[in-house]
Design a protein around this ligand. Structure first.
Ligand code: IMP
Ligand code: MG
Length: 188
């Protein structure tokens, strides 16, 4: 795809190396245990697929879909579950796999929700974080990259469902971003 990208923040080799590094840490930390990876749809699917195959301890996979009310680039903090887990998590070691922590409001809700189901342990693995945007503190044990306050796409992350399949993390040109937002707005 010839994507209208202004800047590449994380290249595909860097992504692969970070996935290996995080998977090695997770494999060591959970040695001898089975992990239930909970991917947050849809942004985390590529990260989840890649890291799950690099973890050497047994893993089971499940997914949740949530939507936060608000505009497409700003989280409101009000979270709705669109798809819940298929599996019971009581007594299991649960690791939430998320694409990016922005305000932290989505994860804060998810952590509270999943904690109430009494997992044996509950941790977070996020590929990206934008610390300057944080509105609530999130205990995130595994973090890939800290990025500046820029809206990014690729490797699962989207703008109005576009650009998820790019194999790097990049920032759109302002013209492309404006065009997609306008198009998405006219579909509402
Ligand atoms: P939070 O609740 O503000 O932390 O929002 C987290 C969710 O917003 C992420 O899981 C993404 O789906 C989305 N998001 C936040 N920042 C970006 C971005 O830069 N690009 C694409 N999606 C983003
Ligand atoms: Mg997400």
């Amino acid at each position: 795809m010839n994507a209208p990208i202004a800047e590449v923040l994380v290249g595909s080799d860097e992504l692969a190396a970070k996935v290996d590094e995080l998977a090695a840490r997770i494999s060591a930390d959970y040695a001898g245990e089975e992990i239930l990876l909970v991917g947050v749809l849809k942004g985390a699917v590529f990260f989840m697929a890649d890291i799950a195959r690099r973890i050497t301890t047994p893993v089971a996979l499940d997914f949740m879909a949530v939507s936060s009310y608000g505009s497409s680039t700003d989280s409101s903090g009000v979270v709705r579950i669109l798809k819940d887990l298929d599996l019971e998590i009581a007594g299991r070691h649960v690791l939430i796999v998320e694409d990016i922590i922005d305000s932290g409001l989505t994860l804060s809700y998810l952590l509270k929700n999943l904690r109430s189901r009494k997992p044996a342990s509950l941790e977070v693995c996020a590929l990206l974080t934008k610390p300057s945007r944080r509105r609530t503190e999130i205990p995130c044990k595994y973090v890939g990259f800290e990025i500046p306050d820029k809206f990014v796409v690729g490797y699962g992350l989207d703008l109005a469902d576009h650009f998820r399949t790019l194999d790097f993390i990049g920032v759109l040109t302002p013209e492309a971003a404006a065009e997609i937002m306008e198009e998405a707005g006219s579909l509402l």
